[in-house]
Design a binder for this molecule. Structure first.
Ligand code: SIN
Length: 549
């Protein structure tokens, strides 16, 4: 048996039964794990990354790399800041405006309203958000927000501070007797379903197959940025949860809405995770200009460089097309004390051989966030009994066609807590079957570079029927084989997720939010979300996910 620095058991043989299996160790997963364990459940967290070590710190979750912060309405704001008067109504209005007519107001309002109590819990767990000399939380602004409501930590290292606080809280609870066990360096290969009810997971770890029996499984696996050659996402963002949910019989929706962040550092020819330049840089005075120094967003939207993300990303793409220059520039000459306020961004710029003191950062749009996902109700429940989803992998109706900046950490936190509440209500259920490791059968697995190239060329910021048809054909011809390594399991997940994204993008014959069709530039008067399922190995449109506005 190996004991990690958490003092937690990390021996696979000891982890064959739990009340709750959490797949993923970002904000949604660890919040759920903490809340469920505090309520007395035994929890196993299946983590694709290495075990957490406070001295090393880094975790390959999207949470860890989140920069800008958490959008939240605070109950009291300083009276002198009349400009900053905020309310849930205003946050909801901004969320719906960014969401392009597909955000579900009825689902969204309670998520936003639960924000402050959830953030307060996070602060109690040790998240050290930045404060002014009077101890008030500092707030910044990002695209689509009409007031400054984004709280942050370590300047632009918000996610790292949250990840650290959650791991510390886990270690503390485990030290006090709570049952949270980590299966680190492991990937879930199947959510097992028996008699239409979840019975646990199968996983691959250190080259061997294992299983955990559990009546409740929470998918908190993050997004799928590695569908693309360049992304702001960590290496583990390979659509695992989307694929697991589809294979278990759940529905997905809104997968065509892949959000491209307007300002990913331009590093020609590089693949994989690229440096994000936080939208908060524009919130603090950064300006987007083309190679000739002209504003990229002037005349495009009344909010200019702080318009919703889809608008700005498209303005950047247009500037690149019009100038023939491969990037635009973020002029940071107006940002006060840039390197102190944005240490993470500054380090990323330096690592690329550039100098923040030049005040001109080359940027391009980069794949950043999956607005859609596994369809859940407002308690994180999917259509499969016992299968929950929270965080980026889930589609709650909050993000619609284009997520409002910094609503994602908030959603992960709120929905992680709700998922734990559901798991607590299922505590007396026993898994339907005994554990038996399941080795997957042959499945379509496309070479990752090939997949990323076709997605980057044909299913990126702008799409057309012709390009989507090419992508669909490439993915449909993926060779079938049995995945035997973590990389191959991820590649199978990417291949299935890609086919779902392409099907959704093909079905949406209009332009809306993050989905821009060059052959259908208009936006339909009434927006609809369509659901998809895996039927006989094929992605099939199955209906409509209601949107209550
Ligand atoms: C950023 O810091 O720009 C990212 C914030 C987000 O994706 O919500």
């Amino acid at each position: 048996m190996i004991t990690s620095t958490h003092g937690l058991v990390r021996d696979a043989a000891a982890a064959d039964r739990a009340d709750l299996v959490v797949v993923g160790a970002g904000i949604a997963g660890l919040t759920a794990a903490l809340c469920a364990a505090e309520g007395g459940l035994s929890v196993v967290v299946v983590n694709k990354g290495p075990s957490w070590r406070p001295d090393r710190g880094e975790q390959p979750t999207s949470t860890f790399y989140a920069q800008g912060g958490v959008a939240v309405v605070m109950p009291e704001v300083r009276p002198t800041d009349s400009d900053d008067t905020d309310s849930i109504d205003l946050h909801l209005a901004d969320t719906l405006a960014a969401g392009g007519g597909l955000s579900d107001a009825v689902a969204s309002r309670p998520i936003l309203a639960d924000g402050w109590s959830s953030v307060s819990a996070l602060i109690e767990w040790g998240a050290d958000f930045d404060r002014d000399a009077d101890g008030e939380l500092l707030r910044t602004r990002e695209g689509g927000h009409s007031v400054r409501r984004i709280i942050h930590a370590g300047g632009d290292a918000t996610g790292a501070a949250i990840q650290r606080a959650l791991h510390n809280a886990v270690a503390q609870r485990a030290g006090a007797g709570a049952s949270i066990r980590f299966l680190d360096d492991a990937i879930v290969t199947e959510v097992r379903v028996c008699d239409d009810r979840v019975s646990g997971v199968s996983y691959l770890r250190n080259g061997g197959w294992g299983a955990v029996d559990a009546p409740t499984v929470l998918l908190a696996t993050g997004g799928a940025g590695h569908l693309y050659a360049a992304t702001t996402n960590p290496a583990g963002a390979t659509g695992d949860g989307i694929a697991l949910a589809l294979q278990a019989g759940a529905q997905v929706a809104d997968l065509e809405f892949i959000q491209f962040h307007p300002t990913m550092l331009y590093t020609p020819g590089a693949r994989g995770r690229r440096t994000l330049i936080s939208e908060a840089v524009r919130g603090e005075g950064g300006r987007l200009v083309d190679v000739y120094g002209r504003s990229v967003t002037e005349g495009v939207h009344p909010m200019g460089d702080l318009a919703p993300r889809d608008v700005v990303a498209n303005a950047v793409e247009t500037a690149i097309e019009l100038t023939g220059h491969p990037c635009v520039y973020l002029d940071i000459s107006g940002v006060h004390d840039f390197e102190r306020r944005f240490p993470t961004v500054s380090a990323g710029i330096r690592a690329a051989g550039l100098d923040p003191a030049d005040h001109r950062i080359p940027v391009v749009p980069g794949a950043h966030y999956l607005c859609g996902g596994v369809v859940t109700d407002d308690e994180a429940r999917t259509a499969v009994d016992g299968l929950l989803a929270a965080g980026e992998v889930a589609r709650t109706g909050l993000h619609g066609a284009n997520r409002l900046a910094s609503n994602s950490l908030l959603e992960g936190l709120v929905m992680g807590r709700r998922a734990a509440a559901v798991a607590l209500g299922r505590r007396d259920l026993r898994p339907a079957t005994a554990a038996a490791p399941q080795v997957p059968g042959p499945m379509p697995i496309l070479d990752r570079d090939l997949l990323q190239d076709v997605m980057s060329r044909r299913v990126a910021l702008r799409r057309s029927a012709d390009g989507l048809a090419v992508a669909a054909e490439v993915v449909a011809n993926a060779p079938r084989r049995v995945p035997r390594t973590v990389r191959e399991v991820e590649d199978a997940a990417l291949t299935l997720t890609a086919s779902a994204v392409i099907a959704a993008a093909t079905a949406r014959t209009e332009s809306r939010g993050a989905h821009v069709r060059t052959d259908f530039p208009q936006t339909a008067e009434v927006g609809e979300s369509h659901t998809f399922r895996l039927v006989g190995g094929e992605i099939r449109e199955t209906g409509f996910a209601g949107v209550a506005v």
